[in-house]
Write a protein that binds this ligand. Sequence first.
Ligand SMILES: [Fe+2]
Ligand SMILES: [Fe+2]
Length: 650
Amino acid sequence: MNLYHFAQNILESPHIEDKLRHPGKIDYSPLKENLSLKSAPERSDAYSFGKKDSKKLQLGELNSDRDRGLLLLMFMNHELVAIELMAHALIKFSNSVPEEFQRGLVQTLIDEQKHCRLYLNRLKELSCQAGDLPLSSFFWDCLSKVETPQAYLAGMSLTLEQANLDFTCYYKTLFTQAGDKKTADILKLVYEDEIRHVQFGVDWMNKWNKDSSFWDYYLRHLPTALDPSRAKSNKYFDMSGRLSAQMDEATILQFKLHNSSKGRSPNIWTFNPGAELESHKISPRKNNTIAEDDLCPLLISLCKKDDILLSNKKISLSTLERFYKLKFPLPENFDFQQIPQLLKKHKPGFIKAWGKSPVAEKKTTAITKLQSTSFKQTLWQEPWKNLYSKKFQAEIYRQLISENDFFDLKPASFFKTIESLLESNLSSDILLKAPLATTGRGCRRVSLKNLQNDDLNWINGNIKRQGGILAEAHRERLADFSAQYELLANGKLKFYGLTQIETQAFANTANICGPFHQHWSKELKKFVFANGGNCIKEGFDKVAQLWAKEMIEMDFSGPFALDGFIWKEFETLYFRPICELNPRITMGRIALELNRACQGSSISRLSIINKTESSLVSNTSQMNPQGKIKAADIILTPDAQQFFAHFKII
Ligand SMILES: [Fe+2]
Ligand SMILES: [Fe+2]
């Protein structure tokens, strides 16, 4: 039989028997006539493509014959579409591929005929028949329009057929468990054939690709209607089949770690740790860009399935793999230069910046223009800069009245000049804070009676840059805490949890989550849990409610955190919940999200360490059968330059 008549017959005969007929010996000689291609293959009524709005099959647990038969009917349709698309490609690319390619494609097509027949016979035994379900035309619609053999391979062998490795493997196990060995055996046979079909694509793409990585070459040719996330199932990822198909490990990793929203408008996360300074138009510290790049991946812990992470540079595969191992849903990652591609592919959802700021707003203008009104939220209003200012915070704290002796609510004082500070009636041992200090940076303990030159320079520098300095009596701290909240757009205040903070020179260096009170002294437990309550939570809540009121008046909503500490004077303990307000996402919030992924009652610790310290981390993790983290001692940002995020279950 002539190759093209064989292919034409598959597309133009509506009868299933014609489509599944073995071609016998094929004559590969070129055609003299011109064959026309129709927009859709002929199919009899029972096999016709369902309308787009036809109801989707809700599959049961494969317990009944009927359930299993209906599933096989869907599989059968995939094989049939593959047969038709292969016939289509044989005709369409008759002049652009060598005979060796055609021979490989015919062999694949004959395999698909076998698969289709096996499924058809089996589903009949399971009391089903063609026509019992509307059949999807999705892959026909995507792949019948391809213009090059490379695009055909990218869509068919490397997407549709690659995904089939996962599906056949996964369902083979499920059918075996359901006691249906007959179907499991069919799936095993299909799986083994599909490995060769994927390899057909791998081999030819490698032959044609001269100058790119396999992944880039694949992406360049993949039809726009498809996304690489179609090349796998979301239930199971079959490594060994892909390796057998001669796919290289780096490419397999790309497929494994790639996700993309197929429907919903994805939320877009960005990391701007310089938000405080940005809010006051002060240029950020030198190492701000390094911190931005190094710690940006931590936002993955906040991303829901199908979200997008927008970063300065692409997140490395080894970083993504760390989160994948801990079972976090991976976001799709774009860098800022790729915003046009992002917008071509997705309708943007909410923009979730680390901190609201004029810079965050400016960098995402192109996105906000295309947001639908339900997702539009302004990222900057000038009065919000006050929220970041310790001076403003101290003014707000003046409204607080302590009904309990153990709450220390005395705000810091603000001084515009060094003279006024020296003339104040503060005790000599004081803590100074720059108005825009973040997480303890920009804090200094001094003795007013004995100011050193170094102190004076530091104070003058801050007064010059930030217009003044805050001062409060130094307090002997026993333990530091942070409370994570979110003021929702509807004005409701949501509490996420408490973390215990480790500090070094007033800077937060680690957040501990979970039942950390287990490690406390008796004295601390007695103080915090007196009267059956939790004075840390009560103190923070009191302050949070005050802030919520202020924020609502300012039309501000979003995440914020309060820092506070327990301190001791003359054997008496106090809780001071007004150490710091951060009107943004914080490392404490990230630490809580990481803890939520751990099995119940885990005490976990998130710290930022340097390269030397990071080299001592064992980088091991263990999951429990429920998919929760059971043990971890892991660097979450292995490709960082300077700031390494260390996550550990203690
Ligand atoms: Fe197949
Ligand atoms: Fe196949």
